[in-house]
Design a protein around this ligand. Structure first.
Ligand code: ZN
Length: 344
């Protein structure tokens, strides 16, 4: 299928690399993989040829995890976000219609995060914010999740600008990895990212955030970090233990927020049965194609998606039109036949 949009694709900068210790990536995946990833992160232009081969028309790129969220010094966090967003603006200008980007936001300073998001969306044409999990707000183990930080100024800005927030994984805090100690291969994207990020998303659902900001839209990668499968059980137990919503900070059940305030992408999870189950749980209009470049290969993600036996109409929505609508991309209209490679 030509004309796909992908939105969990990453870049880095020299300044970001000074803050980011890539050693765990190298330890886990080997030196050759880590070097290849770094080379492609540092030069977003390299993804254009891969996009062409994979039938991807537009990539919405973001600063690789943990990015600004892990910067301990508040001033340095603001500086890194600004420089990453300016850099993103420079490459999207170079490849209009092919590359776009999410903004980095320095949530260590909520007012600065709101100001930077506003600048990034209105002046730099970025498409929303991508937040790499919890934010460091002091010494290494001192962090804030999005529901507990005093972020109303930031959320008001997101709502006013009417842009989505991508909640991307980062490693769990070192003190919270006892369950996988002795199995370093389970850190990162193989396992730890999913439990860290799904817990974060559930916190948002239970916090009342979406009652205060009912139009807020949060995107989760990796087919929803397991939530399409896990939420029905969680919902059942919450209903039983709380006699409905008694005692909850939120007015509605988690399943309501999942269906009304979340989107999920296929990044790094190219498996048909979980994909179909995810569509069943959240609805086809809330599922978006993505790859997780350069950690995953574009041609692998695209081949899985293109070869899947699926109605053309559904493929077109997940591959293109859902993103077009969510980000107001104003893409050219393609016929459902185009999803099967029959041209527009
Ligand atoms: Zn990613």
């Amino acid at each position: 299928m030509d004309g796909k949009v992908a939105l969990e694709e990453h870049f880095s900068t020299e300044l970001n690399n000074r803050h980011w210790n890539a050693k765990s990536e190298e330890d886990r995946n080997g030196k050759a993989y880590a070097q290849d990833v770094e080379r492609r992160l540092l030069d977003p232009r390299l993804c254009i040829a891969e996009m062409d081969r994979a039938g991807i028309e537009l990539c919405i790129l973001s600063l690789t995890s943990p990015g600004v969220q892990s910067v301990i010094d508040e001033r340095e966090a603001v500086e890194l976000a600004r420089s990453a967003n300016d850099y993103a603006h420079s490459f999207i200008k170079q490849y209009p219609g092919r590359l776009s980007a999410f903004a980095s936001v320095p949530l260590q300073d909520p007012k600065a995060a709101a100001q930077e998001l506003e600048r990034a969306v209105t002046d730099l044409e970025l498409k929303g914010a991508l937040i790499n999990g919890y934010t460091n707000v002091g010494p290494e183990e001192s962090v804030q999740y999005l529901d507990e930080a005093p972020l109303d100024e930031f959320w008001e800005c997101v709502t006013r600008l009417n842009v989505p927030v991508y909640l991307h994984p980062r490693e769990p805090l070192p003190s919270q990895t006892r369950s996988i100690r002795g199995y370093p291969e389970l850190g990162g994207s193989a396992w730890a990212f999913a439990y860290e990020t799904s817990s974060h998303a559930v916190r948002l659902m239970l916090s009342g955030l979406f009652d205060r900001y009912p139009t807020l839209q949060v995107i989760l990668g990796h087919l929803g970090e397991g939530l399409p499968f896990m939420l029905p059980r969680m919902q059942h137990r919450l209903d039983e233990q709380r006699e409905g919503q008694k005692g909850s900070k939120a007015k509605r059940r988690p399943s309501y927020y999942f269906a009304n305030n979340f989107y999920i992408t296929t990044s790094g999870h190219f498996h048909t049965k979980p994909f179909l189950e995810a569509i069943e749980q959240i609805g086809v209009e809330r599922v978006l194609f993505s790859v997780d470049y350069p950690y995953e290969q574009m041609d692998m993600g695209a081949r899985w998606f293109d070869d899947m036996r699926l109605e053309n109409e559904i493929k077109l929505r997940v591959g293109r039109t859902n993103a077009d609508r969510l980000f107001s991309l104003d893409l050219e209209t393609l016929s459902a036949g185009a999803a099967a490679g029959f041209g527009s």
